[in-house]
Design a protein around this ligand. Sequence first.
Ligand code: TA6
Length: 301
Amino acid sequence: MTELAVLNERFGIQDQLTFSEGSGGLAVVEIANSLAVATVALQGAHLLSWTPHDEQPVIWLSRDAGFEAGQSIRGGVPVCWPWFGPHATHPSYPAHGFVRTIPWQVSDTKTLDDGATFVAFRMIQTDATDVFWPHRSELELAMKVGATLDLDLITRNTGAEAITIGDALHTYFAVRDIRHIAVEGLEGCRYIDKLDSDKRKQQSGPVMFNAETDRIYLDTATDCLINDPGLQRRIRIGKRGSRSTVVWNPWRVKAERMADMGKNGYLNMVCVESTNAADDVVTIAAGDEHHLRVSYQVEPL
Ligand code: TA6
């Protein structure tokens, strides 16, 4: 019996959740319920799409995204763990950690009372990953796919020593035109400007976009709102267990240098990432666990 057949037998939900072979031969979970549709690649437990019924797609995925085993996928919700950005001391280590490009296991699926679909994934540590992360820990990502999208990234410290992690749900949101949106919720926050020698600055007013933007907003637990007049909607980004929010758009020149952004793809996306990064990395005591939770919801503008 094939791996997909075993997954469908063990975790499939008739007419709601199936496993199939996606682009590049990557195994994907396809979810369709009375509230929304979504697709998740098992590699990295990487959510690729989420569209509530009667809405435009909320999550952006590059039309030139590569789907190669072991390669990151441009768009969706990449999981960054156990560090965010470049590794602090080993520049040769993969950016944003190692879990977004390795296979994860499915650990649970069920239909919820409100008609949403629950699916959980567990990262599998191996000798190869122990090179990057020689600690005993577990990582799980639980998803609730419905009219809202709820994600819970859970780190369990199963070792005898405290561990310190950076983590992120590096979410790409779909917008009509980056030049005409505003991100609210970060007014007055201090941020690290990754494009200006990591200088620390303070946000004045909503975040608007007219050039490459790459900022780590610090010590902020507030919801963010993406105001998108072009799609006549707002996307509410609620979070818990995250002290940093990263806002990123590569803009034209950098996007053209990236093989997988797609022609002018940068115009239709904005990353608003719920993270624990820089000053806000998280120390987890032995035997303890940490949850990074987000809840995405579309509201009319
Ligand atoms: O979250 C912003 C960022 O750190 C940017 O600096 C840019 O590198 C982006 O992530 C994408 O990173 P990736 O490794 O997915 O190409």
